[in-house]
Each structure stands twice: as C-alpha cells, then as structure tokens.
Design a protein around this ligand. Structure first.
Ligand code: AHR
Length: 653
C-alpha cells in the first residue's frame, strides 16, 4: 500500500481527526460487540481478462509482437527492408507454421532486415538485461554459413545493445544472447539484419526482460499481489465465449511448450468502433498454466471459466451459432480435463502435463465457472449437462453460473430462477453502472435470499458516463467512481453470508491502446498506475475480517443516510476490529462511534480523500493515494471528523 508521509500531510490528517466542530450534526454510531456472520477468505478478489492488452503487450513479458509470424498478415508488427519472404515449408512447429526468410537483396550495399515495433514500442530500462532468443536455420540452397546482426535501438536509431549470430545448421536451432541496455526508453525497437549473401529462416524471435516471473512482468504481478486477492477469476469475460465459437478461449491451446501454442484472434481486436486494435492477438504466452502459477503466487484461489457451448450472445442471437445440447461432449470434456490438469494426480494425462510443465503438486482448484454472461433458455439447458458431469466425477468442485449481463430485469430474474433450480454454488452478477446506481444499491443484498446459491459479484465498476452525461474526464478512474464503489462495498461486506466473492472489472489496461474503461490498473511499457479504485479495493482486502460486525445509527444500517455509508468486521486471527466509513458529502461530517467492548487506545486510520474528478495518470500517479493517521479513543467513544468525499478504514486491536 502506498502511504504518503510528510509534514503537510500530517497536519492535514490532524485536521481530519480533531474532535468535532463541524457543520452537520454528529452521527452517533454504535459498533456491535459480538461478531456476526463469517466473511469468506474469498471475499475480495480479482478478475483478469485479456482485454486492453492485459496479456500480450501487458502481463506477458514477451516484448516482440507477432514473434512467430502467425498473424493473418504475417509481417504485421514488423517493418521489412530488402528482401524478406514469409514461408511455411518444413516449419519448426505445425501449430505455428509460418516463418520469415531473410534473403540477400542482390547488392552488397543493400540491407535485408526486419524491425519489430513491439507493443507500442519496447520499454528498455537503464541497467536492465534481456534474454534474446530465436530459432534459425540456413535457408534451402544457402551456403555453409550465414550471419544475422541483432540490435536493440531507440527511437532515434541509436544502438543500445547488439550481437551477431552465426547460423550454420540446416535444421532449426535455438540461438540465445543476453542484451543489456544503459538507458531508458519507452520507444525502443528490435532489429535483425542479414549479413552476407546466405539466406536464413527465422522463427520465434523473443525478447524477455530477465526481471520476469514465469514469463510475466514483475511490476504488474506485484501490483496484483499487493491487492491480497482471495480469488482469481480468469481468462474472461467475453473472451471465454468468443465472437464466434471458433475464436473462444480453448485452454488446451494455452498449455504445453509456449512455442507450440497456436495463435488466436483476440475477441477485443476490433469490437468497438473507434477503438480498433488490429494487432491484438492471443499468443497464449500467458496460458492456463501461468494463470494457475500466478494465482498461487498472489495467494488467490483460482477460478477458471470455461465455454458452455455458447458464443457471445451479444453477437450471435440464434441457436444455429451455438453447440447443440447433444453435441456438447468435447466442451464438457474440456471442463473435466481442466479439473484434472489443475488437481489430478501426476499419473493422469493432464496431471502429468502439469508436472511436466514444472508443477507436480496440484493447484488446489475448488471452483470453476461455466459460461460468462449467458442468458435465456440456451444457457441453463447446456449448463445442466456440465453440472451433471462435474458432480459425477468431481463432487467436491463448486460451479459458478450466471444470470446474464445485467444486474436486474427479466433476463436476470429468469437467470436467477434457473440457477436456483440447478442449485449452482455461486451466481456471478455483473454491474457496470453509474456512481449514483452504486450509492443507491448499497442495500442491494440486505434482503437477498439466504438459502439459495451464494453471490459472486464477479464484475463491477462505477462508470462515470453510464448515465449518458459524458462528464469530463470521461470514464477515467475518477475518485467519484471509486468513492461510490467504496460505499457500495459496505453493503457487500455487511452481507458476507450471501456475497462470498467479489471482483472489480476490468483489471488491466495498456494506456496506449485500450478497448474498455475504466480499469483498475493502467500501465505502459515502463510504468504502472494504481487508480483510486485500486486503493479502494486494497483498503478492503488488506484489512479484511473473518466476521461481520454490526455498525448502526439509531438501530439502522448506514446506507446513505446523511451521506454516510458504513460497515465493520472483526478478524479473529489478528484480534482486530475494522471499521469502514464513507462520506459522500461535499462537507466534513462528524461521527461519534461507541462500542460496549471499547476500542483500543490507539486506532489506526487509513483514508482516501479527493475531489470527484481527481484521478491518477502515468504522469501523475500519486494524485490520489492512501493516507494514514493514528487517533486516540476517549473512554469507549471514538469521535472524528470525516473529510468531505472520503473513505476511511479504522483498525483497532
Ligand atoms: O469486463 C469487460 C467485459 O464486460 C467482460 O468481458 C464481460 O463479461 C462484460 O460484459
């Protein structure tokens, strides 16, 4: 957690905590002494979908775009000079058959070469080392030896690092080097030039920072880990469904050696008018094995999602585009095999693959999602087939179902009814709504059915432009949205017996090319920005409880009365009580909190306070950050003044 410490801040904090003397009447709050319902350790989680270049160009640390020449336009991402061919005879892998041939251009003054643009440039850092790898062979008919010069250059063609490779083999061979850069640029390129007259075939050109964790960008991984997520849902989202079934996410294509993983067109490649991403493909370099490793590393319970036999229903409305119920066999088998891949003994086919990839121990998968945002009749009848098969083979595995893409209405009600009938463990609700909606729905779960499936608030975010008003800065991760989410989350926490898992969405976005905003974390090739929404999530997850605690005013939950929202919890492992207060007022608001079981003399206070329109950007990443203070308690009463537009988390042993 980012904590600012300076003297100006200290005095601001002091001002925030003085005994009250402010405009509005003091809210007299009562904190229950007795713990209420249990809060699941899965409560605050993350959801990662490969949208906004979250995987290729983002978390997956490979810096070379289209590195196996498999994009439909085989040299997309590359600038060619001289005589470059794309061939596919006797490829390195039949799964990725194309490769580039660098041919002698006909005159010793000419150059043949390829320059890769990377994902919006290569981010090189001063003093960093990079592993370079390529597969190469002498092109058919070439002489005995060829040479290729490989250079890392900056935007001005200055060479930052270089090496020359000698290719002497007529069969594919791996060539490696380590490059080191002595300056920082976000606009680097990688260049390969043929030296001499002998042509070479080249494939799988890779440049990976040595600072990576199982092939993933460390700075992004650590940013995820700092969220202390209880669950990790992946890989989508709509990409599970695919625009058509052929382009759905097929997890089996994403495991095994990276070089053998076939390319897929990313479902977000050209979905939104004006936000085209023609170079957006899925290399599956971040595949299901890496997703499981990542879940393990960040301490989250994995929740993979599989296709239910339906392509995205927003794009395909007739049954003809879906898999007939009686032909679901391979889809169901994919789900069963996935469970075997995650948990199976190493003597099983898929458990053995997991072991071969480097993880003999099981990944401890407990929950699987089947379908994403499906709706209407087509879904439950297909889901039922999966439920039966999973229950028969893996009765211990819980299944997440969906009531569709909307948080209410006819489709939602029908979906919920069906989920109850099918008795799924969790129902995955999604809401992308205005801040106003979030504030008005803080009591959404207070009256939910306590006996049916549990809720997974699997995708949500407050959208500043959701009411059509298009305020500026349009749909950025403004504090207004973050504060509304903080207020709404008091209702999630209060209802932890019904809501067992939650996740903001989407998680990641490349600042140079994104398809959807707002997003929790923004990045470019060198930097990462934590949004105010990120800090809200973190303030919940880093200070979480094992049981709810009632917090009321005049015996009522705080769901916006006088602009105030609250929830509280107790952590039986640390003995801490945690109180969350959200003040959406334009003015300071004073509260006086009493508890029969007195709070400790020292209460730690973490808070966010900003203007509605404030947001963090790559150039100003710390505009809104968590601030801290300590305050004292008099007797069994804590009195404090909440700053206007603020979210506080108080912890007391
Ligand atoms: O989070 C972005 C998209 O929103 C997801 O892919 C989908 O599930 C939802 O519609």
């Amino acid at each position: 957690m980012k904590i600012m410490k300076n003297s100006a801040l200290t005095s601001l904090v002091a001002a925030a905590l003085v005994l009250t003397a402010c405009h509005s009447a003091t809210h007299d709050l009562v904190l229950d002494a007795t713990p209420g319902v249990a809060i699941a350790p899965t409560m605050y989680g993350i959801f990662l979908e490969d949208i906004n270049y979250a995987a290729d160009g983002g978390l997956y640390a490979e810096m070379v775009e289209n590195n196996s020449f498999e994009f439909p336009q085989a040299l997309q991402g590359w600038d060619a000079m001289g005589l470059v061919e794309v061939n596919k005879e006797e490829p390195f892998s039949i799964h990725n058959p194309h490769y580039a041939t660098l041919c002698y251009p006909g005159h010793h003054c000419e150059r043949t070469g390829l320059e890769n643009r990377g994902f919006f440039g290569f981010g090189f850092r001063e003093g960093m080392t990079y592993d370079y790898r390529m597969y190469a062979r002498l092109h058919k008919g070439s002489g005995a030896e060829a040479k290729v010069l490989v250079e890392l250059v900056d935007a001005y063609q200055n060479v930052l690092s270089a090496d020359t490779f000698t290719i002497g083999s007529r069969t594919w061979a791996e060539h490696n080097a380590t490059f080191r850069t002595e300056c920082t640029t976000g606009e680097g390129k990688l260049r390969m030039c043929l030296l001499g007259e002998n042509a070479v075939d080249i494939d799988y050109v890779s440049l990976m920072p040595q600072d990576n964790l199982f092939g993933l960008r460390c700075d992004l991984v650590e940013t995820l880990r700092d969220l202390h997520p209880g669950i990790f849902r992946f890989p989508g989202g709509c990409i599970v469904e695919g625009t058509q079934l052929e382009s759905r996410y097929q997890w089996k294509n994403s495991v095994g050696p990276r070089l053998e993983r076939p390319l897929n067109k990313n479902r977000w490649n050209n979905t939104f008018e004006g936000r085209y991403a023609p170079n957006y493909y899925q290399s599956y370099g971040l595949g299901f094995y890496e997703y499981f490793l990542l879940a393990e590393y960040i301490g989250a319970s994995p929740i993979p999602v599989v296709n239910v036999g339906l392509s995205c229903q927003f794009h395909n409305s007739d049954e003809g585009a879906y898999v007939p119920v009686e032909e679901l066999g391979t889809y169901v088998q994919d789900a069963l095999d996935l469970i075997e891949f995650a948990n199976g003994d190493t003597s099983t086919k898929w458990g053995a693959l997991r072991a071969e990839m480097g993880h003999p121990a099981p990944f401890n998968l407990k929950i699987i999602g089947v379908g994403n945002e499906q709706w209407g009749e087509p879904y439950p009848k297909r889901l039922e087939v999966f439920l039966k098969a999973i229950a028969a083979k893996y009765p211990e595995i819980e299944v997440v179902g969906t009531p569709g893409p909307f948080p209410d209405g006819e489709l939602f009600d029908f979906g919920w009814e069906e989920m109850r009938r099918l008795n799924v463990a969790y129902v995955d609700e999604h809401y992308y709504k205005s801040p106003k909606w979030f504030l008005e729905n803080a009591a959404r779960y207070d009256d939910y059915d306590r006996n049916g499936p549990k809720v997974f608030a699997g995708e949500y975010a407050a959208h500043i432009d959701a009411d059509g008003l298009l305020r500026e800065p349009c749909n950025k991760n403004c504090f207004e949205a973050a504060l509304a989410e903080a207020a709404f989350m008091t209702g999630l926490e209060r209802n932890a017996d019904v809501v067992r898992m939650t996740a903001y969405a989407p998680l990641l976005a490349h600042a140079k090319s994104w398809q959807w905003d707002p997003d929790l974390i923004w990045f470019d090739n060198l930097r990462v920005v934590r949004t105010p929404n990120y800090y809200v999530q973190q303030l919940y997850s880093a200070h979480s409880g094992t049981h709810t605690l009632g917090i009321t005013e005049n015996g009522e939950n705080l769901i916006g009365q006088g602009g105030l929202y609250a929830s509280a919890c107790y952590n039986e492992l640390t003995g801490e009580r945690i109180i969350r207060l959200v003040n959406v007022n334009e003015e300071e608001t004073s509260v006086s909190l009493s508890c029969e079981n007195p709070l400790s003399a020292e209460v730690y206070c973490y808070y966010l306070h900003a203007q509605d329109a404030d947001y963090n950007s790559l150039d100003n990443p710390d505009k809104v950050v968590v601030q801290t203070a300590q305050t004292g308690v008099r007797g069994n009463r804590l009195t404090l003044t909440l700053l206007p537009k603020s979210f506080y988390v108080l912890t007391s042993k």
